[in-house]
Design a protein around this ligand. Structure first.
Ligand SMILES: Cc1cc2nc3c(=O)[nH]c(=O)nc-3n(C[C@H](O)[C@H](O)[C@H](O)COP(=O)(O)O)c2cc1C
Length: 200
């Protein structure tokens, strides 16, 4: 039987930051349970803004004419059974780069809701203890809901997803609660994604 595929997207703008560390932790937990995992770091990707040119309609086979790295990310999203999205907290919201990716996923929605019924979970990290991480989680959940995804929380530590307090690269590795909620989030995405797959 094919393995359940979990895609992790790190919305951090810096290489090897806390967000990437945490998304990798979630993927490692899934891999240990037998999942096939893939990590995409937006820090290494070029993303242009959606400027509402409206080219991504049926007439153009729901493709975007922009020449950047978004097409490959959309392919990875379509191939995944579950998606874990992580973001640093920037002024109590997701990073601008992650929001740019969210906007560029419009063709997937227009093309018959290609992310529908995939499991999705969110991870947020901020430098302050009450720095707006829950708003970041809500931003990510809202994107998932608009795509008809099945939003899940973390298992056992059950709140809203993976939430960590970390400022400088390496800090997230010292946040035990952040790591526990992140791993449990990965496991919940995997379990729900596997159950949804077995029904289709
Ligand atoms: C532009 C900017 C805005 C930030 N805003 C917040 C914030 O509102 N709340 C917070 O807790 N941390 C804030 N931070 C700190 C980052 O969320 C924190 O350093 C995080 O660990 C960065 O993740 P990364 O290591 O993946 O880049 C901000 C950082 C930057 C660069």
């Amino acid at each position: 039987m094919e393995k359940t595929r979990i895609l992790g997207i790190s919305g951090s703008t810096r290489d090897q930051g806390n967000t990437t560390f945490l998304v990798q932790m979630a993927l490692d937990a899934c891999k240990a349970k037998g999942a096939e995992v893939e990590l995409i770091e937006l820090a290494h990707k070029e993303l242009l803004y959606c400027d509402y040119c409206n080219a991504c309609t049926e007439k153009h086979n729901y493709t975007c004419p922009k020449d950047d790295d978004v097409a490959e990310i959309l392919l990875a999203m379509k191939a995944a059974d579950g998606i874990v999205v992580g973001s640093p907290t920037y002024f109590a919201s997701v990073s601008g780069k992650l929001k740019t990716l969210f906007d560029r996923t419009l063709p997937l929605r227009r093309d018959g809701f290609r992310l529908s019924k995939k499991a999705g979970g969110a991870i947020a990290v901020g430098g302050s203890r009450n720095g707006g991480q829950e708003n970041v989680i809500r931003d990510i959940h809202n994107w998932m809901l608009v795509h008809e995804m099945i939003v899940v929380s973390d298992q056992k530590t059950a709140h809203f997803g993976g939430i960590a307090v970390a400022r400088n690269p390496g800090d997230a590795a010292k946040d035990e609660i952040g790591i526990a909620t992140t791993e449990n989030l990965g496991l919940q995405v995997l379990e729900v994604a596997s159950r949804l797959r077995s029904r289709t």
